[in-house]
Design a protein around this ligand. Structure first.
Ligand code: SF4
Ligand code: SF4
Length: 224
């Protein structure tokens, strides 16, 4: 897999992509997928188990979401099990750039080709790389259970409720504008349909009886 780096371009940009979120690990980044090895990776404090959501509408019109677990560079103020939350700046972004050498860097970051016009692009099919995590769902699920005492479904429900709560309270600290837009515009409406009970619980917690409506003003005064 071709790894690329252009510190001059990235220094000028200031790390826009890393401020939006930590980058993805590919399966090929790890020498083993055994549970003890993966747990030692989490113990470095720089990696989280995360979930990507694949939404699907059944013939009876019911919307469902299927989580796909994988590993990502950990974000600031996020834990080792971070199935769903607003993404924040990567915790491994340091004053002089990435903490990791090009060789050690998660492939989601090291296969990104920097461009001075801001049109940085990946030189691999990221969706295909994500699908390669499919055979390792059971080991990642076991780690979630070991470390949280919860099933993946239970942890996702907790995270979804917290995400709704943060939206209702406008808790967007450290969230880049592009991430805020993605979540509010694309994710929240579908999550409201799939998880109505969690939405109800979040509204009770937030003492908020006003249904969520996406307003442009939500994006004001936020980070780039
Ligand atoms: S890869 Fe692109 S977006 Fe990321 S820091 Fe470099 S120039 Fe900026
Ligand atoms: S691990 Fe490095 S390249 Fe990846 S998001 Fe963090 S700082 Fe950026």
């Amino acid at each position: 897999m071709d790894k690329t780096e252009d510190r001059t371009i990235c220094a000028k940009c200031g790390g826009y992509c890393c401020k939006k979120s930590g980058c993805d690990y590919f399966v090929s980044d790890f020498e083993s997928m055994k549970i003890d090895y993966l747990e030692s990776i989490l113990d470095t404090g720089r990696v989280s188990i995360i979930a990507s959501f694949i939404f699907d509408r059944l013939p009876n019109n019911k919307l469902i979401s299927v989580p796909l677990l994988s590993l990502r560079a950990r974000n600031i103020n996020r834990g080792e099990i971070d199935l769903l939350s607003f993404k924040t700046t990567c915790a491994s972004l340091e004053e002089n750039g990435c903490h990791f050498s090009l060789e050690e860097r998660p492939s989601g970051g090291s296969t990104l080709v920097p461009s001075s016009d801001g049109l940085c692009h990946s030189n691999v099919d990221r969706l295909k790389e994500l699908e390669k995590w499919q055979p390792y769902q059971s080991v990642l699920r076991r780690i979630v259970k070991r470390r949280t005492g919860m099933t993946v479904d239970g942890k996702i429900r907790e995270d979804v409720e917290n995400l709704f709560y943060n939206v209702l309270n406008k808790n967007f600290d450290g969230v880049a504008k592009a991430e805020l837009y993605d979540v509010l515009k694309n994710m929240i409406p579908m999550l409201m349909e799939v998880y109505p009970e969690e939405y109800k619980k979040a509204r009770i917690r937030a003492h908020n009886n006003t249904p969520f409506v996406l307003k442009k003003t939500v994006f004001n005064n936020n980070n780039k």
